[in-house]
Design a protein around this ligand. Structure first.
Ligand code: SF4
Length: 338
């Protein structure tokens, strides 16, 4: 596997990670929007007809952020000028600002850690421009969130070197984590198979769910095993669906189809808004998220108009479980109280 800056955040968690050559639709969308961003920053609107408005809005948010930072200074997005090299790695940033010692990357999806990738870009740019400090901005366009990393040369080099050393460590062990579903080894990785096997074949004479619930250690192991089984179930469902469509019989399973949902484009609704009444249409659409309202306010209201904070309502918060990576253990997880 060729080490690339984009894989460093994953390798920092699991040094055995290997990118899946079939990166999936989310990655394809990210690549597509990167291209739109590169062109649109410089006023090229050739994507207007081919890309959905929501997607263009997300990219435009990112462009406004980078333009505000750059001011009158140059923004470079041409791929050939955004290439970096450091410690034997090569990669391509989405944009950089030569006069400000900054780079920027457009990110789609949820906020995630990209520190190690940004350190590699920072190191590459510092080496190419003889700067001793660098700022790397992340533009999370779906979330409308902006994250900034600052590195000096030694820090960036240390971050990247550590991940490279872990990757080359002959004693490295797989660490099941959030990145497993993007890993080429997801279906064969021994650490995941061991977890799944622990769920399917408990060490005790019988599965004792009460004992699992009563013991924090067993509860954690059980949830980790279920998370892996969930991934495997999704993959198994995909394959079963394809086979059933192809005419195979899968005992206990059949295809079930649902009517496609009906909808009306918002601009079509707009044509009837006078007759329906503004209030009725707004009521049918429901509440607007605070983030969307802030965005509209920023885009449409004069800059010196104070934001009406008192209009922002807050619902009840929620708490959910999130899996965190744990170092591999040498003993097989036990799920019963045997
Ligand atoms: S499947 Fe998960 S644990 Fe296994 S090598 Fe890949 S990232 Fe690491």
């Amino acid at each position: 596997m060729t080490l690339r800056p984009s894989n460093l955040p994953k390798l920092a968690i699991c040094a055995c990670f290997e990118p899946n050559p079939d990166a999936g639709s989310a990655a394809a969308r990210g690549t597509m929007l990167d291209g739109v961003f590169r062109r649109r920053v410089h006023g090229d609107k050739s994507d207007d007809t081919a890309v959905a408005k929501d997607e263009l809005d997300a990219v435009d948010w990112a462009i406004n952020q980078i333009a505000a930072i750059a001011g009158t200074t140059e923004i470079v997005t041409a791929e050939a000028r955004c290439k970096i090299e450091c410690l034997g790695l090569t990669g391509t940033a989405d944009a950089w600002l030569p006069e400000l010692g900054m780079s920027a990357d457009l990110k789609t999806g949820q906020l995630r850690n990209y520190r190690e990738q940004m350190a590699a870009y920072a190191l590459g740019f510092m080496e190419a421009t003889f700067c001793s400090e660098w700022t790397a901005h992340l533009l999370f366009c779906d979330q409308r969130q902006f994250v900034t990393y600052r590195f000096n040369y030694e820090e960036a080099k240390a971050v990247v070197s550590e991940v490279i050393a872990q990757f080359h460590d002959p004693a490295k062990q797989p660490v099941p984590c959030d990145y497993c579903s993007w890993c080429a080894k997801a279906e064969t990785c021994p650490a995941r198979l061991e977890l799944a096997a622990a769920a399917l074949t408990p060490a005790g004479p019988a599965f004792n769910f009460e004992a699992v619930l009563a013991d924090d250690e067993q509860l954690g192991q059980f949830l980790s095993a279920c998370a892996v089984l969930d991934d495997f179930r999704e993959r198994a469902e995909e394959i079963a669906k394809k086979r059933l469509i192809g005419g195979d019989k899968i005992p206990g399973w059949k295809l079930s189809s649902r009517k496609a949902p009906e909808f009306v484009y918002h601009d079509a609704v707009g044509r009837y808004i006078d007759r329906f009444g503004f209030g009725a249409v707004l009521g049918a659409y429901g509440n607007l998220s605070g983030a969307k309202f802030r965005e509209l306010w920023a885009a449409k209201m004069p800059a010196d108009t104070p934001f009406p904070e008192e209009l922002i309502q807050r619902g009840a918060g929620s708490v959910s479980l999130r899996r965190v990576s744990t170092k591999p253990t040498t003993t097989k997880p036990t799920l019963t109280n045997a």
